[in-house]
Design a protein. Structure first.
Length: 116
């Protein structure tokens, strides 16, 4: 499903980042991958690099996209799905970093109110 969403041509920059982050989270393995079935000198496949090559971005962009998708999901859980829709459509914010900051502020405010 995620690959189908990424294949759409009319994705906003935020939506593409969100779905790349989701794809990375779904593909990556715990503890850095399958280390037992490989020969000693065989390089391990880096999931972020693989996705980056597939979609024409760097591996660091893929990792930042994963953080962005986590932040968007947490904001949606704390504020509501309409906030997620506004972020992904580009209406709420023009920078992904401000979404991460908003998530941190929201979490701190909830802790200050004694909700978490």
């Amino acid at each position: 499903m995620i690959k189908n969403q990424l294949g759409r041509r009319n994705l906003t920059e935020q939506e593409a980042s969100y779905y790349r982050g989701k794809l990375y989270e779904s593909r990556k393995l715990r503890q850095g991958g399958d280390r037992k079935s490989k020969a000693q000198n065989v390089l391990l496949i880096n999931t972020a690099e693989e996705i980056g090559k597939e979609y024409g971005v760097s591996h660091m962009t893929v990792k930042r996209d994963a953080e962005f998708s986590k932040s968007v999901d947490k904001i949606a859980n704390e504020i509501g799905e309409k906030a997620k829709e506004a972020i992904l459509s580009g209406q709420a914010s023009d920078k992904k970093s401000s979404v991460n900051i908003l998530h941190l502020k929201t979490a701190k405010e909830l802790q200050a109110d004694g909700r978490t």
